[in-house]
Design a protein around this ligand. Structure first.
Ligand code: ADP
Length: 262
């Protein structure tokens, strides 16, 4: 049975096609989120990538900020449940998921079986989110995808405020004006995100194993800084940004199986 999960986020639309609840058949990621044609584009691309007709998909579940705006879905689930399910698939037994997306950050506690047992989130402030990194990359005139490699070359990370994007922006500009190395400033920016999200994680309670999901997980500078802040290993996966869509595809499969049994 083929099921589909779609995660319509604030900045990016993600799709996963799953075969029999255990094999990822295809994925698609389109850098356009809610209020754009990103969801349709991701849906079309994932079907093409797998060489599958729309009619062959048994069940489609939507998650993410824009989940209520995709009429083709058979149902929806919260991003928290979706990331919990997706990360448990990628790292069985995971107890803490740190999901940093384009506009928010969430720390999800799991029971070890893939079920969410609690969460803490920041959706009020850009500090500690992908948006913060995008603003800082804009000041440095680099792509967000370049930040991790720059941070890895840092010698003495520069202090950057973790409390406010606007303050941090002026700090970064003045550090650069005072001759700080760009790499050191970038490492400071990664640490700033980690400090903010680390505080969130401590409020949720950190239990190992810990993993990161969401687009910012691709930034190894932030992942390593989080390990330092939390004092525990933080795992991530190449599919981290797809974890919500994967969770939705798993949920589609689980609920379809249940439907067949009743
Ligand atoms: P959303 O669901 O809110 O759209 P995602 O989990 O899809 O969020 O993540 C999108 C965020 O990830 C964006 O802010 C984007 O800048 C960031 N991102 C994507 N790739 C990278 C990367 N290589 N390094 C750092 N940030 C990244």
């Amino acid at each position: 049975m083929i099921t589909l999960g779609i995660d319509i986020g604030s900045t990016t639309s993600k799709c996963v096609l799953l075969e029999d609840g255990n094999r990822i058949a295809a994925t698609a990621l389109v850098s356009a989120g809610i209020g754009t044609g990103g969801a349709e584009e991701a849906y079309r691309r994932v079907l093409t990538a797998a060489g599958v007709d729309e009619g062959a998909v048994a069940r489609k579940m939507a998650t993410g900020y824009g989940r209520k705006r995709w009429p083709a879905a058979d149902g929806e689930l919260s991003e928290l449940t979706a990331h919990a399910l997706g990360c448990h698939y990628l790292l069985p037994g995971v107890r803490t998921v740190i999901d940093i997306g384009g506009q928010d950050a969430k720390v999800i506690s799991l029971d070890g079986q893939g079920r969410m047992s609690g969460f803490v989130m920041n959706d009020k402030c850009a500090a500690g989110t992908g948006r913060f990194l995008e603003v800082m990359a804009g000041i440095l005139k680099v792509e967000v995808g370049e930040l991790a490699a720059m941070a890895a070359r840092a010698r003495a990370p520069a202090p950057v405020s973790s409390t406010c994007t606007v303050f941090a922006e002026s700090e970064v500009i003045s550090q650069l004006a005072n001759g700080a190395a760009r790499e050191d400033v970038v490492a400071g920016i990664c640490r700033s995100v980690a400090a903010r999200v680390g505080a969130l994680a401590r409020r949720a309670g950190v239990r190992e194993p810990v993993c990161m999901s969401g687009g910012v997980a691709a930034n190894d500078g932030v992942r390593r800084a989080l390990e330092e802040v939390l004092g525990v290993p933080v795992t991530t996966f190449p599919q981290a940004q797809l974890a919500g869509a994967l969770g939705a595809a798993l949920w589609a499969w689980q609920t379809a199986e249940h439907k067949e049994m009743t």
